[in-house]
Design a protein around this ligand. Sequence first.
Ligand code: SF4
Ligand code: SF4
Length: 461
Amino acid sequence: MSPTQKQRPPPVMTPDPQSKLVKLDYSVLQQCIHCGMCLPTCPTYNETGRERNSPRGRISLMRAIADGELEVTPSFGEEMSYCLGCLACVTACPAGVDYATLIETSRAEVERTGVLRKPTRSLTRWFFFRLVFTRPRLLRAIGRVLRVWQRSGAQAWCRRMGLMRLLPGRLRELEPQAPVMCAKFSNALIKPVERPASGEVRHRVLVLTGCVQDLAFSDVNRATVDVLLENGCEVLTPPVQFCCGSLQMHNGDDDTARLLARRQLDETDLTQIDAIISNAGGCGSHLRHYGKMLKDEPQYAQRAAEWSRKLRDIHEWLVEINYRKPKVAPVSFAGSPATPLTYQESCHLCHGQKITRQPREILKSIPGIAYKECAEVSWCCGGAGIYSVTQPKTSSWLQDRKLGHLRATGATVVATANPGCHLQIQNGLNNKPAPAGNSPPPRIIHPIVLLAEAYAAEKKN
Ligand code: SF4
Ligand code: SF4
């Protein structure tokens, strides 16, 4: 124990020795100095103005449970669910509070104690977290069925006939928000090994294709490989990959998250690669923590630490290897002297991974772009994993706030580097048209797709 750390106070009640908050390193719970610097950055505190809905308030509740002063109650569970997990408080905090660990541990404790347990909730969690997202082939099979439903006209017909009204309430609200499935998933677009067409191979990298990204944004994965090839990388992309486990970890299923991390490590020969590339902000933030997550498992600790050392966000990696700046504008920008573009930060990319400079550097290096910074750029859009499912009201409020700022920039293109943000903004633009404007909604795109388009345009010239 460091000299600044205090001993646990004598408990009022006997804390449950199995409690994940009791087992957590006590110094993590002690870091908060109650200065309040995080309060103005916290969206949920901003919405209610109540201390309990702030990072500081939540940490006090967590500590009271660890100290045996409070029990885990449904109200505590709801408070943990109300937090977006956006980590804006981490960026603001001068004391270096590890809020990511605190909220993940608290949510895992809520699940362990079962204070929010209901049959439908348990069934949904089991179906998605333990069944579908641990079986990549099953996930793709569901993606193919969804694709047929969306593209065969069946979905449009059911909507026209008003049949969606027959769905149960929450499902009816969520149905229009389901992502549009791609015609081809990553394994059909990318070969397991691809080498640059010409020039020297300077690096060997592994590309992670993700789950939602693989089904709904496989073009981003293809673009990632194209950009890496253009920059002298030999690219390995295993055709079947496991989910990284971030969805489970952020929602209190830490056992499944660890299982998925072990599977990733079992499938990867780390000695053969220079870097592991993630192109999704939320996944990357979690993937970086494999070392911390598996540090107590002798069979995995060393490999997990090596994994974390090699993990790079795609923007970070490109800047690190001094990527080649494109010489011409993407074809889709042709005809416009400067396309107004703004960037929307993914919370887990900027607050979780501290990657803020590199995506902007890449975007600004693409010819034909008039870059415009957006107000409250690092505020959560309300996507936050499954937040639109668990907290629809706050999610919608944040979506409105974000859309207002994005529209105020006048940008016709919005770049963002996380599938969750992409979907949340796209759904907002589709379902909440601008109050008084006839101009078409902005195009949402991953920065790396734009870079790939610019490289492709060079070849056409
Ligand atoms: S993670 Fe986001 S919502 Fe949660 S306490 Fe921190 S700033 Fe507030
Ligand atoms: S900024 Fe950090 S130390 Fe200060 S109250 Fe917030 S979490 Fe605690």
